[in-house]
Design a protein around this ligand. Structure first.
Ligand SMILES: CCCCC/C=C\CCCC/C=C/C(=O)SCCNC(=O)CCNC(=O)[C@H](O)C(C)(C)COP(=O)(O)OP(=O)(O)OC[C@H]1O[C@@H](n2cnc3c(N)ncnc32)[C@H](O)[C@@H]1OP(=O)(O)O
Length: 301
């Protein structure tokens, strides 16, 4: 651990901030990359939005160190950014990626699921539902540029996009590892898996809590392309161009036809789903399992 301004900052987070420094250096080259003069980045503390109005595309970067775990704050900020982009006619597509090195998203923030009140669990779960419904049904083309590990809730974020490009690195594992923590993916995560990889592959991956390395993720269809790490974003933007070649109204109606029945299963039973989560996560046995897992993670660090 390093001490900075009285805050305990993990050394790994400082290392990862090397990515941000690189990002800052790259900012000067934004014009060349398509961010012209007068085009401003926006967003919030944990979500950076890099707009390219000429292309109608915004790159949305998660930047909640050390591992982009989905805290209540990150969920809320992401929903707000997506809502803003969805409602702005300038934009037709988003690329969702991570501003951190080596991690796309560590999934649900386990500190939100441990030792909190039932009211907190309910608020947290509603925020997760909100994010999933918004991203899954967004009229924007969504391409996930998965430049790091993406377990469980991180995988759900990727599956909610229209297209996935994964970095070809052994650390870039992706998949539904919930059962390994002793917890269960919600039915809407299961539905997303089934819709993407088919029933048999989803059943195996969900039961075994499989984290797929890149080549395997491509083989089962969990991701659409695997490319060298430094080509993830450019490949995502090239894929975006192909999707944007299709007229929005036709693509959006088709997307809705494909996805609405799945989303409606949750939309019609949101409160029951919240109560089911709260009662599950409040069990002593689940609290113990989550605490043990978190402690192991911390010891590993
Ligand atoms: C029947 C009714 C059903 C209702 C539903 C019931 C249950 C709901 C379950 C819902 C589904 C759950 C989905 C989830 O997303 S659960 C979270 C799963 N995520 C993981 O297992 C990932 C754990 N993390 C890792 O594997 C690694 O951290 C990594 C992402 C591969 C990155 O590795 P590395 O770069 O080596 O970083 P560290 O492991 O050293 O971690 C750095 C610090 O970050 C803390 N950390 C990591 N992950 C999380 C997390 N998910 N939440 C909170 N904190 C996390 C880690 O402890 C380190 O902290 P430290 O610096 O203080 O030591």
């Amino acid at each position: 651990m390093a001490l900075m301004a009285g805050l305990r900052v993990p050394a790994r987070a400082l290392l990862r901030s090397g990515c941000w420094l690189r990002g800052a250096a790259l900012a000067g080259a934004e014009a060349a990359a398509g961010l012209g003069a007068g085009v401003r980045r926006f967003g919030s503390q944990r979500v950076l939005v890099e707009p390219d109005p000429a292309a109608g595309v915004a790159v949305v970067k998660l930047k909640s160190p050390p591992v982009n775990s989905l805290s209540l704050e990150l969920l809320t900020e992401l929903v707000i950014s997506l809502e803003k982009l969805d409602n702005d006619k300038t934009f037709r597509g988003i690329v969702l990626t991570s501003d951190l090195c080596g991690v796309f998203s560590a999934g649900l923030d386990l500190t939100e699921l441990c030792g909190r009140s039932p009211a907190h669990y309910a608020e947290y779960w509603r925020a997760l539902q909100e994010l999933w419904l918004r991203l899954y049904l967004s009229g924007l083309v969504s391409v996930a540029a998965v430049n790091g590990a993406s377990p469980a809730g991180g995988c759900l974020l990727c599956l909610s996009c229209d297209y996935r490009v994964l970095a070809d690195s052994p650390s870039c594992v992706i998949g539904p590892n919930e059962t390994r923590l002793g917890i269960v993916a919600p039915f809407w995560f299961k539905d997303c898996m089934v819709n993407t990889v088919g029933h048999r592959a989803a059943e195996q991956a969900l039961q075994l809590g499989t984290l797929f390395p890149p080549a395997e993720a491509l083989r089962v269809g969990l991701v659409d392309q695997v490319v060298p790490e430094d080509q993830v974003q450019s490949t995502a933007l090239a894929a975006m161009a192909r999707w944007l070649a299709i007229p929005d109204h036709a693509r959006q109606l088709t997307k809705s036809m494909m996805r609405k029945p799945t989303a409606d299963r949750l939309a019609k039973h949101r409160e029951a789903d919240v109560q089911s989560f709260v009662s599950f996560v409040s069990r002593d046995s689940i609290q113990k399992a989550l605490q043990t897992y978190l402690e192991k993670l911390k010891q590993k660090g």
